[in-house]
Design a protein around this ligand. Structure first.
Ligand code: ZN
Length: 147
């Protein structure tokens, strides 16, 4: 039994609304949707990307997000949280116990909230740009658009 027999085929191919620009593709990925059709779920688990879109059949197993979403989440969380921490600690000077409980909890909550949307956006950027194995899909989209 090979992988083609294991992987379920889409029940009925849906008419895809391909994104005209990178912004829409990234927004679809950020929302956890397939960047190609905007309908199928991009993730099968918290950070596990579906191999194939369940709605349109677009192959997603090519993505190579690796650690980049985590780096972005750290940068975003730090840029939002550090000014707030500095402002609160400077002006209000809360008890140290409160600071030790609040800031790490807030940083963890922000990171966990942002991780999946940022990974979806990174996968969408790779899909839209035809990176890694997505170049075949990108050429097919360009051919369909021109022809
Ligand atoms: Zn799709």
């Amino acid at each position: 039994m090979n992988n083609a027999q294991i992987r379920p085929a889409p029940i009925a191919p849906v008419q895809r609304t391909l994104p005209g620009g990178a912004g829409l593709a990234i927004w679809r990925g950020f929302r956890g949707r397939c960047p190609a059709c905007g309908e199928g779920r991009l993730f099968r688990a918290f950070l596990k990307v579906n191999d194939v879109c369940p709605d349109c059949g677009e192959e997603m197993h090519h993505h190579r997000a690796d650690d980049f979403p985590a780096y972005l989440v750290i940068a975003i969380t730090g840029h939002i949280l550090v000014p707030i921490v500095l402002s609160v600690e400077t002006h209000l000077a809360p008890p140290i116990v409160l600071s030790m409980a609040l800031w790490p909890s807030l940083a963890l909550a922000m990171a966990l909230t942002l991780l999946q949307p940022v990974k979806g956006a990174v996968v969408a950027v790779q899909w839209f740009g035809g990176m890694h194995g997505f170049e075949v899909s990108k050429k097919a989209r360009q051919t369909a658009t021109v022809g």
